[in-house]
Ligand binder design. Sequence first.
Ligand code: XMP
Length: 521
Amino acid sequence: MAATKEPDILDSKFYKPADAFFPAYSNLGLTYDDVTLATRYSEVLPRDTQLDTTLAEGLQLNIPVISADMDTVTESRMAIAMALSGGLGFIHYNMPEREQLSEVSRVKNNVHGLIQDPIKVAPEQTIGEVLELIAKKRFAFSTFPVVDSQGKLLGLLSSHVVKPRYAKRKIAEALTPRGQIHTLHKKELGRDPIARADRFFNDHPGIHKLLVVDDQDRLHGLFTMSDIERITQERNAQFKPARDAHFRLLCGAAVSATRNAFGELDRERILTHVGALVERGLDVVAVSTAHGHSRGVGDTVRMLRDAFPKLPIIAGNVTSAAAVEFLADCGASAIKVGQGPGSICTTRIVAGVGIPQLTALYVSSRAAQKKRVTILADGGITKSGDIVKALTLAQAVICGGILAGCTEAPGEVMEIGGKLYKKYRGMGSLAAMKEGSAARYGHTPDPARKVAPEGVEALKEVSGSVDRVLAQLIGGIQSGMGYLGAANLAQLREQARFIRVSPAGQREAAPHDVVELKTGS
Ligand code: XMP
């Protein structure tokens, strides 16, 4: 049982719930490192905690983590990886509209495990050319489907014949012909393609590749046995992929409050584009700007709400109660909170505005409760402890920098001084604005006009795959919940007790007075 009354009184003098703590610091902007959470009596084991979160009616995630709509963070690969881990990705809008539509389609049509665009070879190529391709692209495999110019399946080039001694032979002479290879029609995949492929590999010992074809016998995709085995193991994982009612992965996309040549909101263009996104199966749209408490964003949200009454709409960014109420009244289902906390942001330096993130979250969360909308903590997350603190006030977090070094983030890996990096840039950086994101910051996209950038271009060290990075973050969130005796996120919000940390307390919180051999991550 919990402790007796007297110590409780003593604790409550120091460790305060949000509604007592934050108003007591109404003259001071606080962020993650300014506070710490008190541990509470617990019967909850970290591994038993539940992380599902509802952002809007019909929009439920299995983990409360979202990848940011930034051009160095979220395109289809990242969105697929996020949804497979139980979260969500927002495809950015720094690309032509038709490309954003294709990116959303890629996520919605993704069949986990099915390689939808496998490397193919043509019958007139030589085996020597294939060997060169393998060396150049550093492929770890050497079996390839053989197709004609229409994509029709002609056979399979097996690794047994992809050898230097056969270099001069044409693929047409060396392939295993169509009639001798096992295939599945894409209609046979059913609701659970992984289980279907798994059964196929069980029934056909020694076959490690399964080709899938369409009505015209064109190659539709390919399963490999090793992928299926890995995925089957992952299925036992605690957090299931985030899917829609048709078993497709969830996908979000961001749009801006686009203006026409006369500076007016381009209603027709926005409506047509969001309509096309919805047709592709989009689950949630984010009207993503630097200043959500503005007429353009309000009008856009209102217009989208009228046109798509059931579509979850996220809008932002804001940091005040009035702004949350404004966007909620316009029809937003969830509000993005954060102005200037991002790792690549310079809004506070350039424009002198923005609020330290925890104070912004507290103020916003109380307005959100009143309006029955949810809030997303956007920016400034550098470690799992920050996420735990954010989730005491918000329903999910949006991460940019922490995911930008992942394999699934857009962009090439570069080597500098023996270390591997990926580019990460603010959507308000000069380079990103030139490519289209200027509207987000209320600037004209005309590259000839001078604009004040509100973000920097930077590098992030390569950090491995999204599921690896998320596993670390999720582990941290679950530990935090265990310490607070919270079995789910609603309990985390209830159990949270805050205390302000002194500068010495902040130093104490990180490794100190040691020579670190390995970082904690
Ligand atoms: P993190 O800290 O996760 O922040 O890297 C990602 C979030 O930062 C916001 N963002 C910007 N804010 N100037 C800004 O002031 C920028 O150029 C910029 N680009 C992104 C955005 O909310 C994102 O999710």
